[in-house]
Structure formats: C-alpha cells, structure tokens
Design a protein around this ligand. Sequence first.
Ligand code: 5AD
Ligand code: SF4
Length: 436
Amino acid sequence: MSKKLFIKTFGCAMNTRDSDHIIAELKEKENYSLTENAKEADLIILNTCSVREKPERKLFSEIGIYANIKKPNAKIGICGCTASALGAEIIKKAPSVDFVLGARNVSKITNIIKNPKAVEVEINYDESNYEFCMNTESNIRALINISIGCDKKCSYCIVPHTRGKEISIPLEMILKEAEIRVKNGAKEIILLGQNVNNYGARFSTPPKTTDKKINFTYLLQEISKIKEIKRIKFVSPHPLHMDDEFIEEFARNEKIVKYIHMPLQSGSNKVLKDMKRGYSREWFLDRVNKIKSLCPNVGIGTDIIVAFPNENENDFYDTLEIVKEVEFDTMYSFIYSPRKDTLAFHLKEIDSKIATNRLEILQNLHKQILEKKAKNEINKIHKVMIENIKDTMSEGRSDNGRVIKIQNKKLNLGEIYNVVITNNENGSLFGSLVNV
Ligand code: 5AD
Ligand code: SF4
C-alpha cells in the first residue's frame, strides 16, 4: 500500500513549483500518494515562506497543530525559505520536526526523509541540472522553473539569503520539459524565476556556442515555437531588465499573455535608492509607457512596500502619484517588515500607526482605480481561456490577465473563446460568448 503525503504550501509560485517537484519525486520514487487529510498522513510537509515576518512566526504554531493531530509514527518535514533561513534552529525550537530541507535543495527530498533529524539548507546548492520527476497528471497550466535564486541585493529582501545566487536552468532542459508538459495536456506555460527576465546571466555549465545570445527574449522565442502551446506567462520580471528588445518581443509575440507584473516597491527615488532597486521612477514610467504604447490593452500588476525606513510624507506621495498615473490592474501592498540578514534590518522602523495609515490610503486609492477600470470594461471583447468549469459558471482568464466568469455549460477546458463583458459585480467581471 502506498504511503500518504500531506503537503501545505505557503508563499509564491516558486514554492508551488517546489511542492510539485517534491510531490512528483515522492510519488515516483518512494510510492507516496497525496492526501488532503493530515491526520492520515505518514509524512507531513510544510513548504514555508519567509518574505515577511508574520508567516515565519506562524510556522511554529502550525507545527504545533500538526504535531498534535498526526499519526504516532508520522514524520514532519519543514521545507522552503524559512527552512533555509532558520535551519537547525527549527528542530531545536520544535523537536517534533523530523527534517529541515531548504529551498533549492529540493532534489534531496528522497534522501532526507530517511535521515532522522537531517538538516539540508546549503544556500548555493546547484540543482540547475537536476531532472526532477514530473507530475504527469494533465493540467492545462504548467509551471516551469527557468532559474534558481537571485543576485540582487534589495535591502529589504530575505530571498537572496534563502534561495542563494542566481543560476539559469539550461535552455534544452526547459524546452524538453515544456514539450513533455504539452504532451500531457498543458496549454499554458508559466515560466518561473525570481528575476525571470535576467535569464541567461549565469549557467552552471556555460552553454555550447550558438549564434544568438541566450537571454530571456530568446527563451520566449524558442518556447513559443512549440506549436501546441497557446499561452505563455512569466513571473516575476524585474523592471531593471525590461530592455527594448524584451518589451518588443512581449508586444509582438501573440502567445505571450499581455499581462505583466512590474514590482515597483516605491515611487520615490530616494526610497528606491535606499532599497537598492537599481532603477528610478523615471525609468519605471518610461518602461510602462513603452509597454502601453505597444500594447494598449496590457494589464499591469505591481508590488508596493509602504513605510520603508526614512520614507517621509513626500516619498509616500510620490508612490500615490505613480499609482494614479499607471493605474495598475493588480496591486499587492505590504507594510515594510524588517528581516534579519538584510541590509535594511538595522534601520529605524517607522511608527506602526503611520505605516498602517499609509497602507490604508494606498489601498483605498487602488480600490477606486479598480472600480473605474471595471466600469470601462463593459462591452469590451476579450479572448478568454477557460481554466475552471463549474456547474453553472465557468471561469477563464482574458489575454490581459483578467478573471472573467461566463454562464455557459458547453465550454471546454483550455479552449480560447471570444467573450464580451456584460457586467461587473463587486469587482468581478461577467461575460458571454460572441462571434467576431
Ligand atoms: N517587507 C515587506 N514586504 C516585502 N516584500 C519582500 N520583502 C519584504 C519585506 N521585508 C514584498 C515585495 C516583494 C513581494 C514578493 O513581497 O513587495 O515584491
Ligand atoms: Fe516567500 Fe520569497 Fe521564498 Fe517565495 S522566494 S517562498 S516569496 S521568501
């Protein structure tokens, strides 16, 4: 009989992909099957995130919960970024934990489950050439890692400390994985990396010489040659690496979804400099304007941190101004959270009431922007790929990243339809099929 694996994933798409790898390796090589009930699991894995302070604190209470409900001989493993950041400290603080496996050490999963109390958190472990088992279940979406780690030194960010230096995965491996995933039913490829558009900056083994430079634009061109792929997405690009060549490919290539995440972080040049982001507000706006001029219907998303140390009212105002000007379609916003081992850790924090107030002002502004934008959507026609079929309502995504609900029972998963937006209820868009 197969053993049962329960896995809970926190954080970003990279972590989701790491969990997929863990599941596939344990299924194929160790005869595990997945369960959603932790009480019947033989192995409980928490794949953690450490980007902000709260989830890290929450980890120990989560471990307590699972330690209480697990079967007597079941093991608990902690993986992901908090595993990298805290290492052996986790087992010291929570003795019910059996092993700690850091991000970018995922390929060691089948060994570590056999080593009681093992801690594997090698920060620069190179698994860029490791061929992971693949989940063969058909899924219209395929997440594919294209690089590991991050070379940037943004002063607030723990990621370079948990996922180590940046290494790109060889082009042939990415293309091979995309081909296999497509054969298994994928229609949409999502390329993943901490700085996807810095692809090709460093390989573990230098690639054989080709005429063209292997960079992100080239990778996009090669991936889009795979006939059966209908859509290509990527997360997360860095505004600094959005050169003209990349933006022109983004606009020209019909398979690339016209939605782009552009993590701004702050609209103030002073704060951007303190954050060591490497670009100015002028550069960011110039890139946005170039993208908008080439793709007028583009959807743009962003991340913003408020109350970074020394952010004054004027700096915050600069952020509000840029948010008004760009009119982001999605915005993830956070209060700055000091992280140990980062450059900004020792800087004085801003009063928490001021921070909460700034976050509220920013989020209210964005809500107004979204309401205005949703009204403007009525009667627009989008190409929508169906991602979810439910009893009465199906859900899909437009070619510029919007979720659209459609009342029609005869839709096929992974198929693209022309849909006109008919109404907007509380920010949700509804539409019906049209012939164009
Ligand atoms: N405090 C608050 N937000 C942070 N982020 C990353 N580090 C921190 C931090 N220390 C946010 C950034 C990033 C997103 C994934 O999380 O906006 O883009
Ligand atoms: Fe969280 Fe960042 Fe790690 Fe993703 S890479 S899991 S966001 S800390």
